[in-house]
Structure formats: C-alpha cells, structure tokens
Design a protein around this ligand. Sequence first.
Ligand code: URA
Length: 234
Amino acid sequence: MIRLDKYVSENLPCARSEAKKLLASGKVMVDGSIIKNGEYKLDENSAEVICGGKVLKSVKGLYYMLNKPEGVVSAVTDKEHKTVNDLFPKEFNKKIFPVGRLDIDTEGLLIMTDDGDFCHRLVSPKKQVYKTYVAKCTGELARDAAEIFKEGISFKDFTTKPAEIEFLYEKDGFIFVEVKICEGRFHQVKRMLHHVGADVVYLKRTAIGDILLDEKLEPGQYRALTEEELAIFK
Ligand code: URA
C-alpha cells in the first residue's frame, strides 16, 4: 500500500507539493472516485488512478530522461556545482542517480534511475549499447576518420572499441559530426575527435541505443521514460 500523494508524485511525476495541489483541486480519481486526501492509501498493483484525465501507470522503479544542461555536473552531490539530481524534486531526488556521465559542458540525454541493474545494462561496454553524440567542432576532419574510428584509437590509457563517425554539415566555419561509441571513458568523444583533427566546441548526446532524446525537452527538463523506451533495456 502507498500514500496517494506519493503515488501521484512518483508516477506523474511531479513534486509532492504539486501532487497535493492536484488532489486538493479534485483532479485525481481512484477507482472512479475523486479523492482529495493525500494520506489515502491504495494498492499500487490494482488501483486505477486517473490524474487530469491521464491514467497513471505504477512504475516499478524510477526511470527518467533528462535533457542535461551545460554547467551541471553528472553526480548526485557536489560541493561546488549544481548537480543533475538538483534538477529533480527533493521528494525523490535522493533515490535516483545518473546512468553514466556527461561532462559539465556537455548537453543532452542523461537517464536517471534508482535501478542498478538497468544502469549496468546501459553503461557496461560488454553490452555494446551505442551512445550517439552530435559535436560542433573547429579544425579539419581527417579523410580516413571513419576507418580510424572503426579500427579503434590507441590512447596511452586505453584503446577504443569500434566506433562510428559521420560528417553532417559545415556552417559558419564549424563542422558538425555525429559520433557513436559504446563506452564512456573520460572525455572520450572529445579525445577521439581531436585525434582525427577536430576540436569540440559543443557536444550533445542525442541517443542511448534506441532511446532518443525527446526534442520537446528544453535543457534542464525531464520526463518519465515510456513503457516502450523501458522495454528496450528491460
Ligand atoms: N565524451 C566526451 O568527451 N564528453 C562527454 O560528455 C561524453 C562523451
């Protein structure tokens, strides 16, 4: 059994205070009856909860897609900088953690969850989940960049697994490329691009496997993963 305000907050998702407001304004129905009391207890496996006309599905675990903004670190806590967890309501931001890391100046798709197994399936290089990035760069791309990426680049500390690069377009003196890698070493995309003559001035992750960054999300916004998106890695 779970409190109704907690259920609405976790499954809509929204802050607990927001859930309480929705309840007070009569927007939440449980099994056909409007319930205004947040303390009302329901069985999350059988109750049908409708909020503002939308049927809420009880999710086991917390899974969100965040459009990470620049200037925020991919960590749960940090003494100096705002963290990705700070972008979530405090009602559940202590439960979740980022799946992998993006540099402080990188934007784009970051998944946040409370499910360690799910996280492992996405980040382990053995699982070969390709992450897609779009980079804006200065410099000139080596002609054989695609072959170099495919064969792997030997850095002092590691050799990259086969990766892909595609030239997208050139604009205002910058080149735009798409890169796919299945690892997440420190500054990996920036280092690989530098190796083939391009220096990154802006980097954005646009996909993790078949989960694409929702273009409706502004930097700093998040939404729950859909059942279809979850099914890809469940
Ligand atoms: N590679 C990088 O260089 N930076 C990121 O943030 C992610 C991948």
